[in-house]
Design a protein around this ligand. Structure first.
Ligand code: SAM
Length: 375
């Protein structure tokens, strides 16, 4: 049985019906690519928890030697065929049936980037969060969110995927139901095998409680959610590598950016939302008055001005900044991402353009006030 498994290009293997002494109730095994290398990933289920183990391909035989003796039903799924082994007293019964699995199962095949979080991937936390169905299909109403978190992870990976540190620490401001937080953790910790620590902050106690429950269920021990008002509460203040925020409401985004600036965080990925502050405080006062005449235009201009000011401040404070459309407008009307990477040491705001605009139009802008307050 072991040799047949080793010589089979499988999509998935399940070990079930445990014998006495088995450590796990069930094990699900599949090939994955981590840091460009082929691995076999074992998801080991115990009661309601899941524990992941990444096994080097060369070690897979040993892994089978240690694991197979504890299970009496072994199913090997290949494209088109399922092989089942029933282990009885001293006998193994083998049977084959057809299946309709499709896909490339070549273990040494480099998967394309879009496969990282592809639909159908066994990401059980996304089922708990209501993004995937039990069959790991995207829930229709969550398709836009799925697109957003997928793209967000890709952008983080482009910038931070090669960070070689013992631990990468990421803070998520206004994590809400934490689709993004979970997927960032899953991708870096499970898929890429990195040691990541992620803390998600949100005001809502019930969502934080639920997220911690799900993290515990899947054994995501370095993923934590904390009830906090990011505008005033004490947050994690040791070394932080990345700050993220996706649609953190209004000025919560400013506090996320300010926190990152204060801590000298190297990478920032922030998708702002509900930029009400300037819209509510701006007054006519200069050459831009025509843009303030009609409500909807004023609202949009105010939002753009808010994000332009945020980007300029980050640039002043030593960051290389891009403002990009991180997903198509069809997937979110709030689709601008401020992506910033610290490239210079100096910490100083020298923003005559912002001051000039503020003087003329009388608006308030929280990030600008915060950095000025510090001098
Ligand atoms: C629109 S939701 C976005 C949630 C999540 N990031 C996402 O994209 O699915 C904004 C979240 O920010 C949280 N939030 C707003 N102000 C906050 C504050 N001052 N401190 C912490 N969380 C805040 C809200 O409770 C809410 O869950």
């Amino acid at each position: 049985m072991k040799n047949e498994i080793l010589n089979t290009r499988f999509v998935k293997i399940t070990l079930s019906s445990p014998k006495n002494g088995a450590q796990y109730d069930k094990i699900s095994i599949r090939p994955v690519i981590l840091k460009g290398q082929d691995y076999i990933q074992a998801e080991r289920f115990k009661e309601s928890k899941v524990f992941h183990l990444n096994v080097e391909k060369t070690e897979f035989g040993n892994f089978l030697d240690e694991t197979l003796p504890f299970y009496t039903q072994i199913c090997v799924f290949t494209v088109g065929k399922t092989i089942t082994f029933f282990v009885g007293k001293g006998k193994i019964k083998r049977s084959e049936s057809k299946n309709d699995l499709k896909g490339d199962v070549n273990l040494s095949n480099n998967r394309e980037k879009e496969y990282i979080l592809k639909e159908g991937e066994n990401i059980p936390a996304l089922v708990d969060l209501g993004v995937f169905t039990q069959e790991f299909k995207v829930v229709k109403s969550k398709y836009d969110k799925y697109k957003q978190i997928n793209r967000f992870v890709e952008l983080i990976d482009d910038e931070c995927g090669k960070i070689e540190k013992d631990q990468i620490t990421i803070l998520d401001f206004g994590c809400g139901k934490s689709y993004l937080t979970f997927i960032v953790y899953y991708y870096f910790s499970i898929v890429k095998g990195k040691n990541v620590k992620i803390i998600g902050y949100d005001l809502k106690k019930d969502v934080v409680l639920n997220c911690n429950k799900i993290a515990k269920k899947y054994g995501y021990k370095n993923l934590e959610f904390v009830v906090a008002d990011v505008k005033k509460d004490v947050l994690y203040d040791k070394e932080i590598d990345v700050v993220i925020s996706l649609h953190a409401c209004d000025t919560a985004t400013d506090y996320a950016l300010y926190y990152a600036l204060e801590k000298g965080v190297k990478n920032i990925f922030s998708v702002p939302c509900c930029q009400h502050e300037i819209n509510l405080s701006i007054k006519k006062g200069g050459e831009m008055d025509a843009l303030l005449k009609y409500g909807i235009i004023k609202e949009r201009v105010s939002a753009l001005l808010t994000d332009a000011i945020r980007a300029m401040i980050l640039e002043d404070m030593g960051y290389k900044v891009d403002v990009i459309e991180f997903v198509d407008l069809a997937h979110s009307p709030k689709n601008l991402m401020i992506r910033a990477k610290k490239v210079r040491g100096e910490k100083r705001v020298n923003a005559p353009e912002i001051e000039k605009l503020q003087k003329a139009y009388g608006f308030t802008q929280t990030l600008f006030s915060l950095v000025n307050k510090k001098g």
